[in-house]
Write a protein that binds this ligand. Structure first.
Ligand code: DP6
Length: 356
């Protein structure tokens, strides 16, 4: 996507108020490694979630001389710790929406999930903010299609946080150029025009909270570890083939293949961190205990329960809705002992962001 294709230079000025809710997402094939201005080293695919969401309201007004560019409330409270990230985001996106400079943004945000749950909120937060900004711009371009506006929102969200590009639509989003998906590209994520097998439309994601703390490795540092990584080239190549293979599993409903690829991706992500310089082990003893129990349960019951991991200790359990009862029973009896204060979050695949 070239910058020119969606930058309008009209002298837009006005007041506007809007509110968007954007979901979190969980990657199946992982984005790990970036270059240039937030461009991925390999394509990724994620399930869009439905319960873990950020709701953001923004009111835009013409900016007076000397006024700050924005103010920000998180859960009704001032949160200066978030200011640098928002400031950087606004600076990065202004070239793509020059009229933004002439406005002051009053931003108020909240998450449906606890801030200190160890669940990354940058994807849903950046997506919700990008959607509010694009919605404002759209008021001045009524002929702009919904599709084009969502593409731009994904493009802008990516500049805030790479994975945020995928927090726009659903049920599955692909970000990064891949042979498997003709429209895919590095600049914004797409919801591929593919008939996914119905079993995945309401797939469950139960997030086991092993560690509620802040991320041990920031994503910027984490992605940087792939620069000069001894296995980088093989990893990026592997992500391309995993994406092609998982597309087949997601369309045919081949759960065995889906599970194999999803768990391979999760452990490869951690293997990359364990073999970088500096190196990190982000799994904890409870993470490993959970993975082993998931494998034992699957071997004993033949139920298609599998896991994926983010760049942290928490475990996402993925399974079909039809198997919810026996799996929830197992989670409650066997797995919650490994969670911090027995905490977990129940979520499932969803259809993307909405205006509210
Ligand atoms: C492990 O999107 O948080 O969750 O672009 O630096 O903001 P930045 O990184 P971020 O990285 C997410 C990495 C991941 C895998 C994934 O979501 O694909």
């Amino acid at each position: 996507m070239s910058k020119k294709s969606f930058v309008f230079n009209d002298p837009i000025k006005g007041h506007y108020q809007t509110q968007w809710q954007a979901p979190s997402n969980i990657a199946l094939v992982k984005y790990w490694g970036k270059h240039g201005q937030q461009l991925p080293q390999n394509p990724s695919i994620s399930f869009t979630l439905s319960q873990c969401v950020t709701t953001t309201a923004v009111s835009f007004s013409p900016r007076q001389t000397g006024e700050t560019a924005f103010d920000f409330l998180f859960e009704q409270k001032k949160q200066p710790a978030f200011h640098p990230k928002i400031q950087q985001f606004l600076e990065r996106i202004t070239p793509y929406f020059p009229a933004l400079e002439g406005h002051r943004l009053s931003i108020s945000s909240q998450n449906s999930f606890p801030h200190s749950s160890g669940i990354a909120s940058s994807a849903s937060a950046m997506a919700a903010l990008a959607l509010c900004i694009v919605d404002f711009e759209k008021q001045f371009h009524p002929l702009w299609t919904e599709e084009a506006a969502l593409q731009k929102a994904s493009f802008l969200a990516r500049l805030g946080s790479g994975s945020a590009a995928r927090s726009i639509a659903g049920p599955l989003m692909v970000w990064g150029q891949s042979k498997a998906f003709p429209q895919s590209n590095d600049h914004y994520a797409i919801a591929p025009a593919v008939e996914w097998h119905p079993i995945f439309h309401d797939y469950q994601d139960t997030v086991l909270i092993v560690d509620k703390g802040q991320k041990k490795v920031s994503s910027t540092l984490g992605h940087g570890l792939m620069q000069g990584h001894p296995f980088a080239a093989q990893r990026f190549e592997q992500a391309h083939s995993h994406l092609e293979e998982i597309k087949a599993a997601l369309t045919t409903g081949d759960l065995e293949r889906f599970i194999d690829l999803t768990e391979a991706e999760a452990l490869t992500l951690h293997a990359m961190m364990m073999t970088s310089n500096p190196r990190f082990v982000l799994m904890q003893p409870n993470t490993l205990a959970l993975l082993q129990k998931v494998w034992d349960f699957r071997a004993q019951t033949d139920l298609p329960l599998c896991f994926t991991l983010d760049a942290g200790a928490n475990v996402h359990l993925l399974y079909p809705r039809q198997d919810r009862n026996p799996i929830m029973d197992f989670i409650q009896k066997e797995l919650l002992v490994h969670c911090q204060q027995g905490q977990y979050i129940e979520d499932q695949v969803g259809n993307g962001a909405k205006k509210n």
